[in-house]
Design a protein around this ligand. Structure first.
Ligand code: BEZ
Length: 239
């Protein structure tokens, strides 16, 4: 196993998002302070002018408004410099057509991190995969600047954007309705209610005295949460 003098720091779920100031394709940012009150997907990609990353950037850019509807901003990072970023994004807009996406303008900030200082703060440099490129990290950061979910992908694997969106919606739904979401949950599916906190509640649930509740056992009960109630989180913010 490779040993490194720079041990890899991995932020954890529940940690405050490490702070940094950065130069980006949309100007300077002070993170996460500039995003207070918003959800952020902070993600890294290995390198500009590479095919998987290009397919991902086109998809991120195409979905930017969909994420904005969920009060979610996108921020990208790679260890390339600003002029490489600018040249790559111009190439994407002017030349690349992929899966029906064309003339795609990347309007969210892409951080330059040639020193790898920010990438290291976020555990994006994982030497077993590459010591010169960031892996495909995805940090879901809440409006208070707390890391709520993390997904890491290797260099060869393009991200699943339906899953990134599902994570944002599931986190916001869990926060708003104090529920949890079961395996493969999709908006509109039943959700999991907090476990019974007393023998009385456990008994009541198992005897089906609570309307709208399905119990598989006393500790595993679900209830309906219609799609309109999940989507009402969006409507509330549009007003
Ligand atoms: C890519 O985005 O295609 C890529 C980047 C780095 C290593 C391998 C693939």
């Amino acid at each position: 196993m490779e040993t490194t003098t720079n041990s890899t720091f991995l932020p954890r779920i529940g940690d405050r998002a490490p702070e940094f100031k950065a130069v980006t394709t949309q100007g300077n940012i002070n993170f996460p302070a500039d995003y207070a009150g918003k959800w952020v997907i902070l993600f890294s990609h290995p390198a500009d002018f590479t095919p998987v990353c290009t397919s991902e950037f086109m998809t991120f850019a195409t979905l930017q408004d969909d994420f904005a509807v969920w009060n979610t901003q996108l921020v990208g990072l790679s260890v390339d410099g600003l002029y490489s970023h600018i040249a790559w994004l111009r190439t994407i807009k002017e030349k690349i057509e992929f899966k029906g996406m064309k003339n795609v303008e990347v309007k969210f900030p892409l951080i330059e991190d040639i020193t790898m200082e920010i990438a290291r703060k976020y555990g994006m440099i994982q030497p077993g995969e590459s010591s010169t490129k960031a892996v495909r990290a995805v940090f879901f950061i809440d409006p208070k600047g707390v890391i709520r979910a993390i997904i890491y992908y290797p260099l060869s694997l393009g991200r699943n954007f339906a899953e990134l969106k599902r994570v944002i919606i599931a986190l916001q739904t869990a926060d708003t309705y104090s529920i949890a979401t079961p395996a493969d949950w999709q908006p509109g599916d039943d959700v999991i209610v907090p476990p019974a906190g007393s023998c009385g509640v456990a008994k009541e649930r198992m005897e089906s005295k609570v309307a709208d509740l399905t119990c598989y056992d006393w500790f595993f009960c679900t209830k309906k949460l219609p799609l309109e109630r999940v989507n009402s989180l969006v409507v509330a913010r549009k007003n």
